[in-house]
Design a protein around this ligand. Structure first.
Ligand SMILES: [Ca+2]
Length: 496
């Protein structure tokens, strides 16, 4: 479809935009966000040279929906991707708008929206989830395999895009890493950094779920009980082949034999639980470390090639991730660890170095920001709001103080119940509509979200107000329960 364009000629003053997004990277695994489990010097460099946002959230915490929201500036129910279904590439996207406005546009790395990208001058995407070693890519000229580790390879392709760009146009590059997505396969160099290292446990790792709805008890994304032998990188007996081998790897072990200093130990119970958390985190963090190194490599390249000043660099993730918080891994739930995403942004001369922004932003705000940076009007049907004033440390008086969230993938992986909810600056209200159960948290007095106060009589007035706000937002964002009962078919792009 034709898109309206205000400025057709490229204006040299418009900034380049480098949007780096990883997959499932929790802010709690970035030292600029106070990580207790790792150090990320290169991401910290972005924070110290620019701005760290402390309250950016995704509006539906799984991979494909988050990507569709970022491209369209719209919620899942309007962009048509509530779960893992195919994105309709004929709809307007920020890439198409920027391309039409004279930007040279690129999409490199994990796409995960089915079909092939539209609105990009150059694109090279991983099929489906992609793989960690010697990944295949699909581009306009077909499929090819690149030898190497996926995070290095995506960065190499990104640098190649920058080298080959049309120099008379500003560029917009979406560089999407696969890491640190499940099944957390680090390269040897980074694996060695964490092998045998003891990672500190989060305070809610042994959460007993007292006061909570059935949803968290029923979900199958628990570190202690749902990680498979494959997730834990256990090696099957050599004699197992074919389906028997697959079955062995897919089982969730209740005892594990490990060999330490030549001695075999059988782990069960809490010793096994402790080991599982360590095993998970060692690989996850090693994958993150490669992302950090590669962000550093890109920043160095920009700086030594004269692109440091007029290029806005963003680092974010498609969602947060549970790093053992509430005993969980994965994402999906509307708890903070899952919905809060890292957002670091550098823009020399505009963003004050070492600044921190507390205002509440959502991933639907990115597309409007890019429109404004490109000197384009923000389409009325985009549902986010440009965060440009926040970058200048100016918070508009009418800036949002609450946001709406909705997760649909039920039935789905991990048996996580569908829910929607509202998060304000002080509270969170969650409604699991298929089981008709509620949760409410006081984020000021209970930031770890351990005590569900929904049934606390003293909170009755608060609950009434939160419900009013929830349904006000649901209406404002035009959520008519379009996908409440029926999920669209799964996209066929999972070629792994
Ligand atoms: Ca993801």
């Amino acid at each position: 479809m034709l898109l309206p364009v205000m400025i057709s000629a490229a204006s040299p003053s418009r900034p380049n935009i480098l949007f780096i997004m990883s997959d499932d990277h929790s802010a709690a695994a970035i030292s600029a966000y106070g990580s207790k489990v790792n150090k990320t010097p290169n991401l910290d460099r972005l924070a110290s040279q620019g701005m760290r946002f402390d309250h950016v959230f995704c509006v539906n915490s799984i991979c494909s929906p988050s990507r569709a929201t970022i491209l369209t500036g719209k919620y899942s129910h309007l962009n048509g991707v509530p779960t893992f279904n195919k994105f309709d590439g004929s709809q307007p996207t920020v890439a198409k708008y920027l391309q039409a406005a004279g930007y040279y546009t690129g999409m490199i790395g994990k796409w995960h929206l089915g079909g092939t990208p539209t609105g990009f001058d150059r694109w090279e995407i991983l099929p489906g989830q992609g793989i960690y070693f010697d990944p295949a890519f699909i581009g306009a000229n077909g499929r090819h395999v690149v030898k190497g580790y996926v995070t290095d390879v995506i960065t190499d392709l990104g640098i190649d895009f920058l080298k080959q760009r049309l120099a008379d146009k500003p560029f917009f590059l979406m560089l999407h890493h696969k890491a640190p997505h499940h099944d957390w396969q680090p390269d040897a160099k980074h694996k060695a950094l964490f092998a045998g290292k003891t990672i500190s446990e989060p305070p809610t790792l042994r959460d007993d779920y007292a006061t909570r709805s059935d949803a968290i008890r029923e979900c199958q994304q628990k570190v202690f009980s749902d990680m498979t032998r494959r997730d834990l990188k256990l090696v099957p007996p050599a004699e197992l082949k074919g389906p028997a081998r697959i079955q062995w790897l897919g089982a969730k072990p209740t005892e594990v034999e490990i060999v330490t200093d030549g001695k075999t130990n059988t782990l069960t119970g809490d010793a096994l639980n402790t080991w599982k958390y360590q095993r998970y985190m060692q690989d996850y963090l090693a994958c993150v470390q490669s992302v950090d190194d590669n962000v550093g490599r890109l920043l160095d390249w920009l700086d030594t090639n004269g692109l440091g000043t007029n290029t806005i660099v963003i680092y974010t993730s498609d969602q947060g991730f549970f790093l053992g918080d509430h005993g969980l891994y994965d994402k999906r739930f509307m708890y903070e660890d899952s919905i809060k995403i890292p957002f670091l942004i550098r823009w020399p001369g505009v963003i004050k170095p070492n600044s921190v922004q507390n205002a509440m932003a959502i991933n639907a705000d990115f597309a409007p920001l890019f429109m404004e940076l490109a000197g384009q009007p923000i389409p009325a049907d985009m549902q986010g709001r440009s965060i440009l004033p926040l970058l200048k440390s100016e918070r508009p008086a009418d800036w949002r103080t609450s946001f709406y969230y909705r997760y649909y993938h039920d039935p789905g992986d991990h048996n996580t119940r569908a829910h929607y909810g509202v998060r304000t600056e002080t509270h969170k209200l969650i409604y699991f509509w298929k089981i008709n159960q509620w949760e409410c948290y006081d984020l000021v007095h209970d930031p770890l979200e351990l005590k569900n106060i929904y049934n606390d009589l003293a909170q009755a007035n608060t609950i009434v107000k939160l419900k009013a706000e929830l349904f006000r937002l649901k209406e404002e964002f035009k959520d008519d329960d379009q996908f409440a009962d029926k999920q669209p078919p799964k996209s066929e792009d999972g070629q792994n």
